[in-house]
Ligand binder design. Structure first.
Ligand code: SF4
Length: 413
């Protein structure tokens, strides 16, 4: 978790001072300089308490009231926070704001899947997807605009890396979805799980992601159990260890191949952290707490990694993991049929080939569910997350049109 020292990096700073010679001359208009206000979405509980104490000169518990207003009741206007005194509301107005990303596009699928295209600034947008299922509702959250890791089968990789998302931009995705769903933490849970599996490599944006996940799991935030928040990584080994020291969320690893030659081709990060190093880090993560499992995602691509020998290699690797953590079934495998996107050289295997691969795993006693494709009619399936895409696809023009409308609307407001 972040300590109170982190707050110095996040809290209020002031705008540049007006030159004294200009300020002293009555005939030179002094530009009005607004102090920069802190976006309270950026602060996890301890930081918000520090903010109340150190910046506002208030009791720390006041922070709890504000967290409930923001994350439980979706109120962002301080004047509507009626159990805060007038003076405190005025101070908050002066030093802080609560600013969520803007909704550029909002699409609902026939199967209940919901997708938002969210504008992070004038140039960048990301996607967030909500997937309802029996008894659960999972939100797939992005951590970066684009991604630098260049996995060969990934739609996001085609746009390169733009920037990390701030904590506010990550938790803002949860806030927008939860508000839309009418989610009430601890009472009416519609949003039961969060997976950090959207655009970007979450461990490459470590501090902001860990802080956002802390708000997701905080009772004053979204009150999700540790195991219901899952971080998915392509395999950044040192950061997996660091995550194990700071957090207790579920870990998922994008594996996609069980031998180094193929994996290095599909996931270039494997050249830096090959499978043995990665699996050792996963074992260390699992061993921190008895009963911890790790999920391994395996995207099935026709003729690439869907052959019987690939299944056998995968079984061997998973068995070795189970032995190392001394727990049968500690390695969980999710099979994900590849979802084609424009320009890709990969193909989805036939249903028959997918079933045959799954059977080879099942025959060894391994449970390996095949992930259903959801939200096809709104391009919301995994691997299709793509925000500001610099090509001539329909989505790009749609995005630009929407962003243009949004900007015009903002200007008119
Ligand atoms: S699969 Fe994940 S880590 Fe790899 S390029 Fe895509 S977003 Fe990045």
């Amino acid at each position: 978790m972040s300590t109170s020292r982190d707050i110095n990096a996040t809290l209020v700073d002031t705008a540049p001072a007006v030159p004294t010679n200009a300020a002293a001359r009555a005939d030179v208009p002094v530009p009005k300089v607004e102090p920069k206000r802190t976006n309270l979405f950026d602060l996890e509980r301890v930081q918000l308490e520090d903010f109340f104490e150190q910046v506002l000169g208030e009791k720390r518990y006041r922070a709890h009231q504000v967290m409930k207003w923001i994350h439980h009741r979706y109120v962002t206007d301080f004047s509507d926070m009626t159990d805060l005194g007038k003076a405190l509301r005025a101070k908050l107005e002066q030093h802080a704001h609560v600013h969520a990303p803007s909704v550029v596009l909002d699409k609902a699928s026939e199967d209940g899947t919901h997708k938002w295209l969210l504008g992070m600034d004038a140039k960048n947008a990301i996607e967030t997807v909500f997937i309802p299922d029996k008894g659960r509702g999972t939100l797939c959250v992005s951590s970066q605009v684009g991604c630098a890791l260049n996995c060969q089968f990934c739609s996001t990789a085609t746009q390169g890396f733009n920037r990390n998302l701030s904590t506010a931009e990550i938790i803002g995705q949860v806030w927008i979805a939860a508000r839309h769903l009418g989610n009430v933490p601890h009472q009416q849970r519609r949003l039961t799980n969060v997976v950090m599996m959207g655009m970007g490599e979450p461990l490459a944006n470590f501090d902001n992601v860990v802080r956002a996940m802390s708000i997701m799991r905080d009772d004053l935030g979204y009150g999700l159990a540790n195991k219901r928040v899952t971080l998915s990584t392509a395999g950044m080994v040192p950061q997996i260890d660091k995550l194990g020291e700071l957090s207790d969320v579920s870990l998922a690893v994008s594996l996609h191949a069980a031998n180094d030659e193929l994996r290095s081709e599909l996931v270039p990060l494997n050249k830096k952290y090959p499978i043995e190093m990665l699996m050792d880090a996963c074992v260390r993560y699992a061993l921190r707490k008895p009963g911890t499992s790790v999920t391994f995602e395996y995207t099935l691509m026709k003729g690439v990694n869907d052959q019987p020998q690939h299944a056998r290699q995968l079984v061997q690797l998973m068995r070795s993991f189970d032995r190392s953590v001394q727990m049968k079934g500690a390695a969980k495998v999710n099979l994900i049929p590849f979802n084609p996107f424009p320009g890709t050289r990969f193909e989805r295997p036939t249903d028959q080939a997918i079933r045959a691969f799954q059977k080879l795993l099942n025959d060894t006693g391994m449970i390996a569910p095949v992930r259903r494709t959801r939200g096809d009619d709104i391009d919301a399936a995994c691997g299709q997350l793509k925000g500001q895409v610099m090509d001539r696809t329909r989505r790009n023009s749609e995005f630009r049109r929407s962003l243009g409308q949004q900007e015009r609307g903002d200007a008119a407001a």
